[in-house]
Design a protein around this ligand. Structure first.
Ligand SMILES: [Ca+2]
Length: 279
C-alpha cells in the first residue's frame, strides 16, 4: 500500500495491486487454499447439511441462481428466544478452515436487549467443533446488542449487533462468549435490506501455537485475534458446526435472514478473496 501512496500514477497501480499481491503471495510460498465443498442451494438440502432448524431452501430471495437458505427467527414476546440454525458436517477434519458465504439482513432486523431493555442478549453466529458439541476446543462467534455507551451492559440499546469470538478460556469452563469484540457488525443504517459477504477464518491451536480467528465483512478485515485453547494435546481439526443458531434476544417480529453461496476451504482464503472478489 505504501507503493500506491507514493505513486503519481495511482490508478494504474491500484489496477495491478491484486497482481502484485498474488506475486507476493507466490514469493512467500503460502499454501494455497483448496475448496472442500460449496453449496449454492440450487440442489435442495444437500448432504453437507446434517440438520436444519427453522431453515429451509427457498426461492424468495437468492443471491445467485434461484434458491437460498431461509433462516426464520420466530417473532416472540420480550424475554423469549428465537432460533434458526443450519448444521453441517464436512466429512473430514480440517485444522485450517475458511468459510465464505453471503448473508442477507432483512429490513426489520433489530437486536433486542434482555430483561426489559437492560442487559446483553447474545445471538449465535457460528460454531465449529471436532466430533461432539461438548468438544473442549470448540470455537465460534456470537453477536451482542450494542448499547450507546460502549461496553456497559446497560444503557440505551442501539439495536445494532457487535460480534466477537467464542472459545473455552479454561478447559473446565463453558464457552466464553464474544471474548474479543468488534462493534457495528450489523448496523441498522448500513446493513439492513442488503446482502453482506462474510468470510470466517479459523486455525486450530497446536501444542506450540495459538488458535487464530479472523472475520471479513464485505471484503474488509473486521476482526482478527489469536487465543489459547489447546485443551487437548495435539491438534484436532474441525469437522462439524452450524451457521447462525440460538438467538437469546428473540425477535419481536418474525425476522428472516437468508444465506447463499456457502463455500468451505481448507486453508487461508485470502488468495481467493483477491482473485474472485467480493460481490
Ligand atoms: Ca443460490
Amino acid at each position: 500500500m505504501q507503493i500506491i501512496q507514493r505513486s503519481n500514477n495511482r490508478h494504474k497501480l491500484i489496477q495491478f495491486c491484486p497482481l502484485f499481491l498474488y506475486l507476493f503471495l507466490g514469493i512467500m510460498n503460502l499454501p494455497a487454499q483448496t475448496l472442500i465443498i460449496s453449496d449454492d442451494f440450487e440442489s435442495g438440502q444437500t448432504s453437507l447439511w446434517s440438520d436444519f432448524a427453522s431453515v429451509r431452501i427457498s426461492d424468495e430471495l437468492p443471491k445467485g441462481g434461484v434458491y437460498s437458505a431461509r433462516f426464520r427467527f420466530n417473532g416472540v414476546p420480550e424475554g423469549e428466544d428465537s432460533w434458526a440454525e443450519a448444521r453441517f458436517d464436512l466429512g473430514g477434519y480440517y485444522e485450517e478452515l475458511s468459510i465464505k458465504f453471503d448473508l442477507y439482513i432483512p429490513e426489520n432486523y433489530v437486536h433486542r436487549a434482555n430483561n426489559a431493555g437492560q442487559g446483553w442478549a447474545n445471538n449465535k453466529f457460528f460454531r465449529l467443533w471436532t466430533d461432539t458439541y461438548s468438544d473442549l476446543e470448540k470455537v465460534g462467534a456470537t453477536m451482542y446488542n450494542q448499547f450507546d455507551n460502549g461496553n456497559s451492559t446497560t444503557g440505551n440499546n442501539t439495536y445494532a449487533s457487535s460480534i466477537g469470538n467464542d472459545y473455552r478460556t479454561q478447559a473446565s469452563n463453558g464457552m466464553s462468549s464474544s471474548v474479543t469484540t468488534a462493534a457495528n457488525f450489523i448496523t441498522l443504517e448500513g446493513d439492513r435490506g442488503k446482502w453482506m459477504s462474510v468470510v470466517i477464518y479459523i486455525k486450530a491451536s497446536t501444542d506450540s501455537s495459538p488458535a487464530e480467528f479472523s472475520l471479513y465483512k464485505n471484503g474488509q478485515l473486521f476482526l482478527a485475534t489469536t487465543f489459547n485453547n489447546n485443551w487437548v494435546p495435539g491438534t484436532q481439526g474441525y469437522r462439524k458446526g452450524y451457521l447462525l443458531g440460538w438467538a437469546n434476544s428473540g425477535f419481536t417480529e418474525e425476522t428472516i435472514l437468508y444465506i447463499d453461496n456457502v463455500e468451505f476451504y481448507d486453508g487461508f482464503i485470502i488468495g481467493a478473496i483477491f482473485s474472485n472478489g467480493f460481490e
